[in-house]
Ligand binder design. Structure first.
Ligand code: 7TS
Length: 406
């Protein structure tokens, strides 16, 4: 498949605009990616021609919407290489998916003095739900440390895992450091001890080929909006065995088989976890986003982003007063850094005036900032539609910023 970034850019209408009289340079892709026309059109078409509630109406539009929604589930199953389509639960996003597992799993499997293992580089979404579960049950949160390059110390898993450990939750790619964690190895260690593993795939699914059967995770969470899809839609993949075992998360319509005031029985998978009217338009938009990724080729996306990342790092190294935060050997498409003498917020403000959108701050990973003893970083995160020219604009803007503020 040939790859032409100029053709790709034409698919993203939002990129073609000026911000503060400068061409927009959008480097905030780890927060959310832009959407191609095919995704925007799919959502528009659904509401223009197909809108109807699913799984309940006997009429034509309802059946059509139900078929489209279930076809999107099968598409997502293939995208993740899940064994069954009923292992795909649609959620509001990664945060929602992790909360679902933390809440449902802990109700049945966590008790006082049990332990949950997370890592030192988690997004708050993969910390706080587990803290809540621990507070509710009296279990303890254990944290696997990292080294100064922002790489997890894998041997620590061997030391921390014990008969008290009930679940391991780990991010596949760190949103603040860019580190790609060796999840297959971590899962192997956990499974040797019969412990299930949840992978936070919010930052990996947009950049890496994901095969849930190959990595053998028990749960995998992702957000459509970080993968060219709409906001408010995400996925929880769970192995059938685990989704069967854990109790429902929310109660309501759709997740039930029979309801009486004495007793309610629950629906089969995946509906047991999809209470209420789902975000049908979001799911169909997500299906269009998967089609976009498939048509572009995840390898082409990864190669292009890696090329941009290597170029950005090479150029940033020319600044004498930059410190990189996150120097892992295995990295995905973002670079985080601080200037010795300039606050990240000030950098972000000036770059914004120059039309460059990126994120400064703690990136919802405050423990990572505490580890490096910094208030936050400047983070440039790249996507399939970014270009070398945009990185040159960014580097020139950083020179200007330094002249103005240093
Ligand atoms: N996990 C990771 C690793 C993330 O990067 C994020 C969002 C989430 C979970 C939560 O995803 P959500 O879609 O449910 O919000 N990360 C970021 C970010 O880096 N900048 O803005 C959001």
């Amino acid at each position: 498949m040939s790859f032409n970034v100029n053709l790709v850019r034409k698919e993203f209408p939002v990129l073609d605009q000026k911000i503060n009289k400068n061409d927009l340079v959008y480097f905030d892709n780890a927060a959310t990616t832009q959407k191609p026309k095919s995704v925007i059109n799919r959502i528009n078409d659904y509401y223009s021609f197909e809108n109807s509630n699913i799984h309940r109406g006997a009429h034509y539009l309802s059946q059509k919407a139900t078929e489209a929604y279930e076809a999107a589930r099968v598409k997502t199953q293939k995208f993740l290489n899940a064994k069954h389509s009923h292992e795909i639960v649609f959620t509001r996003g990664t945060t929602d998916a992790i909360n679902l597992v933390a809440s449902s799993f802990s109700k049945k499997y966590l008790k006082k003095n049990d332990e949950v293992i997370i890592s030192s580089m988690e997004h708050h979404s993969n910390i706080v739900p587990w803290q809540i579960a621990c507070e509710d049950t009296g279990a303890k949160l254990m944290v696997v440390p990292m080294n100064n390059n922002g790489e997890l110390i894998i041997e620590e898993y061997q030391k921390i895992i014990s008969e008290k450990t009930k679940i391991v939750a780990i991010t596949h790619v760190s949103n603040s450091l860019g580190t790609i964690n060796p999840v297959k190895e971590i899962i192997r260690i956990a499974h040797k001890n019969d412990i299930p593993v949840l992978i936070d795939g919010a930052q990996s699914a947009p950049h890496l080929k994901i095969d849930v059967q190959d990595i053998d995770c028990d749960f995998f969470c992702m957000s459509a909006h970080k993968m060219y899809g709409p906001m408010g839609t995400g996925v929880l993949y769970g192995k059938e065995e685990w989704l069967e075992k854990i109790p429902p998360y929310q109660g309501g319509g759709e997740m039930i088989k029979e309801v009486s005031f004495d007793k309610t029985t629950y629906n089969e998978l995946p509906y047991k976890f999809e209470a209420g009217t789902p975000n049908v338009a979001g799911v169909l938009g997500f299906e269009a986003a998967i089609n976009f990724i498939d048509q572009t080729g995840i390898e082409n996306i990864a190669n292009h982003e890696n090329m941009l990342l290597d170029y950005a790092i090479k150029e940033l190294k020319n600044f004498s007063n930059i410190k990189f935060i996150g120097l892992a050997k295995d990295r995905a498409s973002l670079v985080s850094f601080v200037f010795d003498n300039i606050h990240p917020y000030d950098v972000g403000t000036i770059l914004d005036k120059l039309g460059i959108a990126l994120r400064t701050g703690h990136h919802c990973a405050q423990p990572v900032m505490d580890f490096f003893n910094i208030p936050g970083t400047v983070r440039a995160s790249f996507s399939v539609y970014n270009t070398i020219d945009e990185i040159d604009v960014f580097i020139n803007a950083l020179h200007k910023t330094r002249e103005m503020l240093a």
